[in-house]
Design a protein around this ligand. Structure first.
Ligand code: FE2
Length: 297
């Protein structure tokens, strides 16, 4: 009996195509139609990517090890996989295509890796910085529906960096507790306000695995200064977004592609004086006014 003949390059590609066909055929039996659609497309694109770049076993083993290492950087308040998703633009792509909206409503953006559920609740107008260092900031606005009507008692999560560009979860959260992080409830007229500190531009975490990819590729790891918000109101789609500082130097180079022009706002600088809530400030402070226009659920 003759042994099967191994030909040249062409037959190797034929064998690769046969593997793809065999895998696709097996996954066609996936019972759930949506999962079947996703898996078949995923396998087709994944195999075609591996063929296009002629992915080697060594390169794939490196990737598997990197993914294993990535898992080790995950824990409460830190999901390293999200940073990969963000830095590859996949987070913004899915957020954008999953949130059809009228043109004048607030644009969503990615959630990022540092959202915590059950943030400490503060009354309106309170200082949420909880000891974090930075220049004082007073932020306020109104949560409205698509027709401009105020949405009473909307729930607003806000979280942001200190003046070192760090978040509470990157420090000793268990020892020091959360800071620059709050859950607020808008009043009966949909109005919200709080004191905190100015966020600053910051790089994505410099320890971990996502930074390895960025350092070896784009070299772009900075994010423009921003406040994170999650707004939830009765009958409305939850909105996750950022408000960016117009004076940031990194608006055109966000490492995670989150900037949208409508989300850039004026953080107005004041050299002392009376703040909008009547508080008299001796030194520098900033104010921000921003309304959120929600999309009906
Ligand atoms: Fe952030």
């Amino acid at each position: 009996m003759n042994a099967p003949t191994e030909g040249g390059l062409k037959s190797r590609y034929d064998a690769a195509d046969l593997i793809t066909q065999e895998v696709l055929k097996r996954y066609e039996s996936t019972p759930d139609p949506r999962l079947r659609e996703i898996m078949l497309s995923f396998i087709r694109h994944l195999h075609s990517f591996a063929k296009e770049v002629k992915l080697t076993s060594k390169e794939w083993a490196y990737t598997m090890n990197l993914l294993e290492e990535t898992g080790k950087w995950c824990g409460p308040g830190r999901n390293e996989f999200i940073i990969f998703s963000d830095a590859l633009g996949l987070s913004m792509l899915t957020v954008t295509q999953d949130y059809p909206r009228p043109a004048h409503t607030t644009e969503p953006t990615l959630v990022g890796p540092f959202l915590l559920e059950n943030a400490p609740e503060f009354p309106l107008g309170a200082d949420i910085s909880a000891g974090a260092q930075g220049t004082p900031l007073f932020a306020q606005g109104t949560v409205r529906d698509v027709n401009g009507n105020p949405l009473p008692h909307a729930k607003i999560d806000v979280w942001h960096s200190d003046d070192r560009g760090l978040y509470d979860v990157q420090q000793d959260l268990e020892t020091n507790g959360p800071w620059a992080r709050a859950l607020l409830t808008a009043d009966a007229k949909g109005h919200y306000s709080f004191w905190s500190i100015m966020p600053v531009d910051y790089p994505v975490p410099q320890e971990g695995t996502a930074i390895i990819m960025l350092s070896n590729t784009t070299g772009r790891s900075w994010r423009p200064a921003h406040l994170h918000y999650r707004v939830q109101a009765q009958g409305q789609r939850p909105l996750v977004t950022h408000i960016f500082d117009r004076n940031s130097k990194n608006l055109d180079a966000d490492a995670v592609f989150g900037v949208r022009p409508s989300l850039i706002a004026d953080f107005v600088h004041h050299k002392g004086g009376t703040a909008p809530d009547g508080k008299v400030m001796d030194g520098d402070f900033y104010t921000l006014d921003y309304d959120f226009i929600m999309v009906p659920a």
